[in-house]
Design a protein around this ligand. Structure first.
Ligand code: AMP
Length: 379
């Protein structure tokens, strides 16, 4: 495949929506972006119909060179982005069990593109791939290993594309070779995860077999004693599916603060008015983030920087202050003034003399997917 890849369409095909961005990769500029909603629920009947809408919105382009797709789960099969040829599609279909909601939509989006953009190569970029460098001691659960072998029960981690983007951007910002950079990267959004980056590679991350583990999130509880889940299922007579809904959709910041959706802005507003539930939610959230930053600083043997990204990491001065304020033992100090005015831009928000710099770095998962698409097809 020697043709120069110039125009790359990035597709994020979800269960009921399809997001897209079109890039000119000679300059890495975004040419278009859009969203098709309510697929199969009053809008387009399926992903192929949704893509036809995208083609219309883009003015029937004839010059798309490649398409990059966000795919939720690569299991242990995909440690990097790949060309989604027949063999790789067949392998990916075996991973649907790890993401029964998202994977059919992700793979359906690829199949629809094969039909609509005939002859244009499709590259799969997996949310789990960047985490595949984790050593066994971090990735495996301490259960009978026959369960790991039989069902693939282990830690995979998610948000890999975002952690990869900010890792590369941070190495550049710090003027360090990627292979020598040690970081704690914090993707703090509605869904949140941390990654421990040693020599440019992931050595641990907070999400697990599924995105439920780790931090307190918008509506997910994060880490919880597995026996507490069993106890609740028994007391409340809940099925696994019902329990899944409680832990993923009815917990986290939302459950503790009482704010629907667990939106950080609303919770901060309520806390400022003296709402005790909102205050507790923020403290639980910040405590867990700080706890993992401390742990991961140890894991990477001392971080060159702490990176904050995602909707909260990039925008919420209060959220950042609550986390960084807990890192005194690491010698980390916040520059409160810079923190207060930093929103959605790259900035060092730690004070001079902070032992570890804290850097806000806006993520760009779509651009990372486009870059990977170019790289994979160039190889
Ligand atoms: P994400 O999932 O990355 O889009 O992040 C969503 C989260 O970011 C929500 O909790 C929002 O409340 C939070 N967020 C977005 N913009 C702001 C802002 N300007 N100030 C505080 N929080 C924000």
């Amino acid at each position: 495949m020697n043709k120069a890849i110039k125009k790359v369409l990035v597709v994020n095909s979800g269960s009921s929506s399809l997001k897209y961005q079109l890039f000119d990769m000679t300059t890495e500029t975004r040419l278009a972006k859009g969203l098709v909603e309510r697929i199969g629920a009053g809008g387009p009947a399926n992903h192929a119909e949704a893509l036809k809408k995208v083609v219309e919105e883009l003015g029937n382009p004839k010059d798309i060179d490649a398409i990059g797709h966000r795919v939720l789960h690569g299991g242990e099969t995909f440690c990097d982005s790949v060309l989604m040829n027949k063999a790789n599609m067949a392998k990916a279909k075996k991973l649907v069990k790890f993401g029964p909601l998202h994977m059919p939509a992700n793979l359906g989006g690829i199949e629809a593109c094969e039909k609509i953009f005939k002859g244009v190569p499709n590259v799969g970029v997996f949310d789990t791939a960047f985490h595949q460098t984790m050593p066994d001691c971090a990735a495996l659960y301490a259960i009978d290993q026959k369960f790991y072998k039989k069902y693939g029960i282990r830690k995979y981690g998610f948000h890999g594309t975002s952690h990869k983007f900010v890792t590369q951007a941070a190495a550049k910002f710090l003027k360090k070779p990627l292979s020598k950079v040690n970081l704690v990267t914090c993707h703090l959004g509605n869904g949140s995860s941390l990654a421990a980056i040693k020599n440019g590679e992931v050595v641990d991350t907070t999400m697990g077999l599924t995105p439920l583990a780790g931090l307190v999130m918008g509506t997910r509880c994060g880490d919880i004693d597995a026996a507490a889940v069993l106890s609740l299922m028994e007391s409340e007579k809940k099925t696994p599916a019902e329990m899944d809904t409680i832990l993923n959709k009815q917990s986290g910041l939302q459950a503790v603060s009482g704010v629907k959706g667990g939106d950080m802005r609303d919770i901060c507003t309520n806390a400022a008015k003296g709402d005790k539930k909102a205050e507790l939610a923020l403290e639980m959230w910040a405590y867990r983030v700080a706890l993992y930053i401390g742990a991961y600083n140890t894991v990477v043997g001392g971080a060159d920087a702490i990176i904050l990204t995602g909707g909260i990491g990039e925008n919420s001065a209060e959220g950042r202050e609550r986390v960084i304020g807990r890192l005194g033992a690491l010698g980390v100090k916040l520059d409160k003034k810079t923190n207060a005015k930093t929103r959605g831009v790259t900035a060092v928000i730690s004070a001079k003399g902070s032992k570890i710099p804290v850097i806000v770095l806006p993520t760009n998962e779509e651009l990372m997917i486009a870059r990977d698409t170019v790289r994979v097809l160039g190889n």
